[in-house]
Design a protein. Sequence first.
Length: 217
Amino acid sequence: MEWLLPLAEAYTKEMSSPGPAYLAAIEAETLSLHPKAHMLCGPVVGRFLALLSSLKQPRYILEIGSFTGYSGLCLAEGLAPGGELHSIEARPAEAAIARRNFNQFMPQVSLHLHEGDAHEILKTLHHPWDLVFMDADKTGYAQYLEQLLPVLAKGALVIVDNTLFHGQVLQTPVSGKNAKAVQDFNQAIKTDPRWEVLLLSVRDGISLIRKKNNHGV
Ligand SMILES: C[S@@+](CC[C@H](N)C(=O)[O-])C[C@H]1O[C@@H](n2cnc3c(N)ncnc32)[C@H](O)[C@@H]1O
C-alpha cells in the first residue's frame, strides 16, 4: 500500500510511542496471514485512537469494521469503568480473530462483537455513542452517519478512516466507486450545517466529526 507521504509516514511511526506489545503481535500476525493486511490501521492511527479515547473516556464506543481487532483494542484503552465497546464485522473469519484477540489481551473489557452487515446491525443498536470509529465499506459512510445522528451522545466524536482514500480524492476527475463515495462523503459533511468536520492528513486521511449543538440528543 502506497501512502501519500511515505517518508513522513515512517517518521511519524518512529517518533511516536509504540503502545502495548500485544498490538505489535496482532499486526505481525495479520501481516503474515491476511492477504488484505493493509486494512489494519497501524501504530500511528492506533495510538491516535487510543489517545482520543483516553481523553474522552467514553461510556459507549462503536466501531464499524473490526477486522482483526487492532483498532478496537486501541479504542478500548480509553473506555470509562463499566463502559462497553460494540464492534461490527461482516466477515465471520475476521470476527472470530477479533474476538479471540480481545479475549486474550483485554478480557476485562465488555466487548460486544456483532457479526453481520453494519447497515442492518446499526438498526438494532440504540446506545448513546460517545465515540464512533467508522472503518468499513466506504460507500456506506454517508448512510452510517445519517443513521447515527439521532443516537449520538452530546459531545460525541465520530472518527472516520481513509478520507483521503490513497490520495485518489485529490485526482480530477475522481474515479473508482470507493474514491467517489469518499469524495462525495467529504463534500457532503463539509457543507452540511449539522456537522463540524476536521480532515487530517494522517496516514490515509482521518476525519474528526462532531454534531453541532443544536442537532439531536
Ligand atoms: C479497513 S478494515 C477495518 C480495519 C480495522 N478497523 C483496524 O484498523 O484494525 C474494514 C473491515 O470492515 C469490514 N466490513 C466491510 N463492509 C462491512 C459492512 N457492511 N458491515 C460490517 N463490516 C464490514 C471488512 O470485512 C473489514 O474487516
